[in-house]
Design a protein around this ligand. Structure first.
Ligand code: ATP
Length: 200
């Protein structure tokens, strides 16, 4: 039987981590696309050699690991380099996520990904859940958490997919505009629904 997968997404500082931690507490296996994207370029993985072959030893740190800041800098100003990198990494990340999903023993799986709708990852999901937050709250919480100016958070938000666009793509939307306890209650409630859907 194939696993029921719920994709969890949201903009920066929307509450994905708080939400996925709660799903984990409820016994749901959480697969993290961010972690997958790091695993595929670990030291010794073929993708790291390919990246070094393409961009040179500049993108490798002294300890042999990927220099992400350097790589980001390169692809930021070079669209072709960006697509080369994406076509190398996206299938590997996708396969790693599928392997993690396959090893799960919970009644369903949460796939948490900030780029669920921006990649093909949403296609791995039976259902998608957006953690949505009004922009002013999102800015305040993120600036506080990351100890950065609000203007910097605003720039990141502007670079991410529109809130409305995400709302229109998601099957389920939880608005995280109250206290943490309210978010937890909403997760607990939707968890019951997902168990029904997974079992049905
Ligand atoms: P990112 O994509 O940047 O990793 P995220 O979506 O995982 O962010 P969280 O880290 O879960 O977001 O939440 C952002 C910050 O807001 C955290 O400091 C978190 O503790 C806080 N937070 C989340 N929900 C609430 C809430 N309902 N009330 C107050 N603070 C909250």
């Amino acid at each position: 039987m194939s696993m029921f997968v719920v994709g969890l997404t949201g903009g920066i500082g929307s509450g994905k981590t708080v939400a996925s931690d709660r799903f984990e507490e409820l016994g749901v296996k959480v697969v993290d696309a961010d972690i997958a994207s790091r695993v595929v370029v670990e030291i010794g993985k073929p993708a790291l050699s390919s990246i070094e072959g393409e961009f040179g030893s500049d993108v490798i740190s002294d300890d042999g690991s990927l220099n992400r800041a350097k790589l980001r800098e390169i692809i930021f100003k070079d669209d072709e380099a960006k697509s080369w990198l994406e076509s190398l990494l996206h299938p590997l990340i996708g396969q790693h996520i599928l392997d993690e999903i396959a090893s799960a023993t919970s009644r369903y799986v949460i796939l948490v990904s900030p780029l669920l709708f921006e990649t093909t990852q949403f296609q791995m999901c039976n259902r998608t859940l957006l953690i949505d937050v009004p922009k002013d709250i999102q800015i305040l919480r993120t600036a506080k958490r990351d100890k950065v100016p609000e203007s910097q958070v605003e720039k990141i938000i502007a670079s991410q997919m529109d809130r409305d666009q995400k709302i229109s793509k998601a099957d389920d939307v939880i608005v995280n505009d109250g206290e943490i306890g309210d978010l937890i209650s909403k997760i607990d409630k939707i968890h019951q629904r997902y168990i029904e859907l997974a079992d049905g």
